[in-house]
Design a protein around this ligand. Structure first.
Ligand code: HEM
Length: 426
């Protein structure tokens, strides 16, 4: 009897494959680089489950992230041409730091990083990736918006998926849940709608910009109105992932001040520091795939199988990382460390992240600026490294408070403050 019951919950394959056949779907969670490498050799696409999660998180059903492979490949390739040029990134980084940690005349200030970081990154993404001039009403609206950043837990979503609560018939139940249990997601959806509209009404596309290109695609009928709006909303969503990464980087820098000196003396070291931050605090905690046929067509008829990558356990897998829980950027001095399937902060294969280069460059330039003599602030030492929140799709540091002070060497006379303010590029 008990054996029969256990059989119903039989775990297939390795201890990391969970299979509940009676629930009709299989979710395999892996943090094993060899298993991931083997999976990567088979044809796959983004899984339905992750699509569902991303639709919730991206607050849209029409952006690249939640579209089919062909459309995603086409639009992704085009969008890469409009990513900010390397020369612009140091200015972007400085403007973000000024916005989040404004100049002080004297003393110290403590800020809760996440909300201001999302705000500044959203502005930066609008200006430099979407390529618009932000008009005052939009700028004011961004300043006044609070960005709730707690997405629902993945485990809960997994259970909902297993229990088929994602079907259309249960939309009314979900509607009630959204407004009672997942209030934050719902609030975020309302905020996103307001911001989308404000971007349409109060921004001017620059001549050779991604927004202008998207508008042309819409006019020529190559994308729909909903897809056009979906891409605008994507900017908001990517500012969340970037805010998570930059926030963790600043918190780690404050907790390990010896690296401030190291980066000031050797700016190239900022690259290793950023890689280590993304290893220990990957913004995306999970992503996943499902099989397709070799030509990319859906593998109808095969048993449903969602292959989820658990990024934190992967990045802390003791079989592949020495002292995996230690913050030790020097490990990336060996160029092999960031290669292969044991390190995947930006995903893998054809659905990997097109914002990777921009994100890495922005993290590196922010670290370099904060550690440099030109910086207007000095970080006050933090007692501990940040703590991330597990089980979410995108995770932020739980204890995101950062204390900083005016840098004594740069002085803080009104003239200098004004000069520094003028040097902001926004
Ligand atoms: C540190 C910051 C970021 C991290 C850690 C990150 C991570 C990821 C991950 C893990 C995926 C899923 C990959 C997969 O399923 O294989 C993804 C997809 C994506 N990311 Fe990022 N991302 C970041 C920043 C950005 C930025 C700044 C942009 C836009 C400029 C962006 C645009 C996208 C898009 C469009 C996709 C969907 C690609 C597709 O569906 O084919 N990301 N990102």
């Amino acid at each position: 009897m008990s054996r029969g019951l256990l059989d119903a919950f039989k775990w297939l394959g390795t201890g990391r494959v969970y299979s509940l056949p009676w629930l009709k779907n299989r979710l395999e969670y892996s943090s094993d680089p060899e298993r991931i490498a083997a999976y990567a050799r088979t044809p796959f696409t983004r899984s339905r489950f992750v699509m569902e999660m991303l639709t919730q998180f991206h607050l849209s059903q029409q952006s690249i992230v939640v579209s089919e492979d062909g459309h995603a490949r086409w639009l992704k390739r085009m969008s890469l041409a409009y990513m900010p040029r390397e020369a612009v990134i140091p200015k972007m980084a400085r403007a973000i730091v000024y916005g989040v940690l404004p100049p002080l005349d004297e003393g110290e200030r403590t800020v809760l990083l996440t909300d201001p970081l999302i705000r500044e990154l959203y502005r930066a993404m609008l200006e430099h990736t979407l390529g618009v001039e932000v008009l005052k009403p939009l700028d004011d609206c961004i300043s006044q918006t609070r960005f709730p950043h707690g997405t629902r837990t993945m485990v809960l979503e997994g259970i909902m998926l297993s229990l088929r609560l994602h079907t259309k018939a249960l939309l009314p139940v979900r509607y009630v849940l959204e407004r009672t249990v997942f209030k934050r997601d719902y609030t975020m959806l309302r905020i996103a709608r307001t911001l989308d509209q404000m971007v349409c009404d109060f921004s001017i596309p620059k001549p050779d910009s991604w927004l202008k290109a998207l508008a042309d695609l819409r006019t020529s009928g190559k994308i729909t109105e909903a897809q056009f709006m979906g891409e605008i909303r994507s900017m908001l969503v990517s500012s969340f992932s970037l805010a998570s990464a930059l926030g963790s980087a600043l918190l780690c820098l404050a907790a390990r001040p010896r690296y401030q000196k190291r980066i000031r003396e050797d700016p190239a070291f900022a690259n290793y520091f950023a890689l280590e931050v993304l290893r220990l605090y990957p913004p995306f905690r999970q992503f996943g795939y499902e099989p397709v046929l070799a030509d990319g067509a859906p593998a109808i008829g095969t048993p449903p199988h969602e292959f989820m990558i658990s990024v934190c356990p992967l990045h802390r897998n003791a079989d592949y990382w020495d002292a995996p829980h230690r913050f030790h950027p020097e490990r990336f001095e060996d160029p092999r460390a960031a290669k292969g399937f044991s390190y995947l902060p930006f995903g893998m294969g054809k659905r990997n992240c097109p914002g990777r280069r921009l994100s890495m460059s922005l993290m590196i330039e922010t670290l370099r600026y904060v550690c440099s003599d030109a910086s207007h602030i000095a970080l006050v030492r933090r007692g501990s490294l940040p703590r991330g929140r597990g089980g979410r799709l995108v995770s932020f540091a739980v204890d995101a408070s950062l204390t900083y002070r005016a840098k004594s060497t740069t002085g803080s006379s009104p003239e200098k403050l004004e000069a520094r303010t003028r040097s902001r590029t926004r």
